[in-house]
Design a protein around this ligand. Structure first.
Ligand code: FES
Length: 95
């Protein structure tokens, strides 16, 4: 095993899980949130310091909005809708 020395200053994990006939983040904007954050990070030159990762189920499935967690704070958000995106951006702004 080799420990990586590279670490992000912020790491956002966004659920994009898909399931048939059940609540899942792909049906409530998970992929849209993931792509929005990826685009923000890339267009603001933050790719090396803010990582955006998509994941399978994070365990807070709902029928209202996406689920994400931001580290190192360990802040969890659920029921994220498009009107909440700017609030998520505020959380990952470094300066
Ligand atoms: S499907 Fe996203 S938290 Fe479960």
């Amino acid at each position: 095993m080799k420990e990586l020395q590279q670490r992000p200053l912020k790491h956002v994990i966004v659920c994009v899980n898909e399931r048939e006939n059940e609540d899942c983040c792909i049906n409530v904007g998970g992929m849209e949130l993931f792509l929005y954050l990826k685009n923000y990070v890339k267009s603001n030159g933050l790719s090396g310091s803010v990582w955006i990762t998509r994941s399978k189920c994070l365990g807070f499935c709902n029928s209202t909005g996406a689920v994400a967690v931001i580290y190192p704070e360990g802040k969890w958000f659920t029921e994220i809708k498009e009107e909440d995106y700017e609030e998520i951006i505020k959380e990952i702004k470094l300066f």
